[in-house]
Ligand binder design. Structure first.
Ligand SMILES: [Zn+2]
Length: 145
């Protein structure tokens, strides 16, 4: 298996910083859960960054916690050469996850071998923490599904 950010769990986004719009989202990640939005008008569950409900165009939301589980919809492997001459290219698996609540999220996929990954693979959220950044979610295997 290739040593990579995907398999080592290195922080995929080391420079995340909060602002007023993202404070509640990052506070939830610090507390160990993913925050979704639910439109007040009709109760549709929306992605954390939704500005308007994709189902009814409502713009008033309430926050709800996600279960943190879902399935892989699609994925790709990003190959990037590290700075050291002759080093093996770093390999990061990224994809789209459909949460059990419905929204689709872009995410790093960790601990999943892209050679055997399949659409519909059950995944579970993990939180990556870094001392110089806000935490961020990634998704890894859900062995209890
Ligand atoms: Zn709605």
């Amino acid at each position: 298996m290739t040593i990579s950010a995907a398999t080592t769990g290195l922080n995929p986004s080391p420079s995340l910083q909060r602002d007023a719009a993202s404070a509640a989202f990052f506070d939830a990640l610090h507390a160990g859960f993913l925050l979704l939005k639910r439109c007040v008008a009709q109760g549709h569950v929306c992605a954390p960054d939704a500005l308007a409900c994709p189902s009814c165009a409502g713009t008033e939301f309430e926050d709800i916690p996600a279960k943190g589980t879902g399935i892989v919809i699609t994925w790709g492997v990003v190959h990037a050469r590290l700075g050291t001459a002759g080093a093996s290219p770093a390999e990061t698996v990224i994809g789209i996850v459909e949460l059990d609540e419905g929204p689709w999220l872009h995410s790093a996929l960790v601990g999943l071998d892209p050679a055997t990954l399949r659409a519909g693979t059950p995944v579970k959220m993990e939180i990556r923490r870094s001392p110089d950044s806000e935490p961020m979610y990634v998704f890894g295997p859900n062995r209890s599904a």
